[in-house]
Design a protein around this ligand. Structure first.
Ligand code: PAF
Length: 279
């Protein structure tokens, strides 16, 4: 496995691979890898001839300075893990490589970028679109892999690639969970022992709520989820929306969509956790 820090060198190496007819799979990450990321890389290794991971904590997608400062950075360990699952190239640029000058592009990504995370984290998806479009331009992957934990991010990246006509297939991959149900996330390491013990309440409540459908209304299910999680003093639900899985618009009736998805964000202490469930 090659670890590359410069855009020029990565482009040259991948050009050689492409010229010999190899298909390229790509897993963009911000590092602090867990089994969820590794499952994306395993899928890429299965589907493609060459697999590339990027590790870059992208400052333009953080709207909270403290979140950026405390985001875990574990490059050496990450590279060991990636090598063990068959990754061929790790691209680990520094900030000046990705942003030699400030990226002033504003993406108009429509409703999928405005609701939920878009409303609660202004600028976040614009930053995601900035970095992912740059990474796609550098790697030129045939397929790119994203975890469904960030359900809305996948819709936003699909829209960005559609608008820019980028010839990459976006491959969504299922959420990986800890044995107690907690969705795997790089932020989980920031939970205290007490918070870590309580955090599975989110996944447990979401799962339980699927058993109420279609007997209870959308509103009743939403209320149940929010009330149950907020009953724990360590937890605070920021939002819970049940949306159409394609448009991400909130639904009022189950019959409005064949793909209802519940998307939640919860503060567990200071740590912002997200999760989702298909109804
Ligand atoms: O999902 C993430 O880790 C990030 O948002 C991504 C896609 C790597 C862009 O920085």
């Amino acid at each position: 496995m090659k670890i590359i820090h410069s855009i020029k060198e990565l482009k040259q190496s991948l050009q050689v691979e492409r010229e010999s007819g190899k298909k390229i799979g790509f897993v963009p990450t911000m590092g602090a890898l867990h089994a969820g990321h590794l499952s994306l890389m395993r899928q890429s290794v299965k589907d493609n001839d060459v697999s590339v991971a990027s590790i870059f904590v992208n400052p333009t997608q953080f709207n909270d300075k403290n979140d950026l400062a405390t985001y875990p950075r574990t490059l050496e360990k990450d590279c060991e893990l990636l090598e063990a699952v068959g990754c061929d190239y790790v691209f680990a640029p520094d900030e000046s490589e990705m942003y030699p000058e400030p990226d002033t592009r504003i993406f108009e990504l429509g409703r999928v970028a405005e609701v939920m995370e878009g409303a609660h984290r202004p600028g976040h998806f614009n930053g995601v679109a900035q970095i992912v479009s740059k990474l796609f331009e550098v790697v030129e992957p045939d397929k790119a892999y994203f975890g469904e934990k960030d359900f809305q991010q996948i819709a936003v990246i699909r829209e960005m690639t559609r608008q820019l006509n980028l010839p990459v297939e976006i491959v969504p991959c299922p959420i990986l969970r800890e044995a107690d149900g907690l969705a795997m996330s790089s932020r989980n390491v920031r939970l205290t022992n007490e918070q870590r013990q309580k955090a599975p309440l989110i996944a447990r409540t979401l799962k339980e709520s699927t058993t109420f459908v279609p007997g209870k209304s959308v509103e009743e299910v939403k209320e149940y989820v929010i009330r149950t999680i907020n009953q724990d003093p360590v937890m605070r639900v920021e939002y819970y929306e049940i949306v159409d899985g394609k448009t991400l618009e909130s639904i009022r009736e189950w019959s409005e969509t064949e793909e209802p998805v519940g998307c939640i964000t919860v503060f567990c202490g200071e740590v912002r956790l997200i999760d989702n469930i298909k109804y």
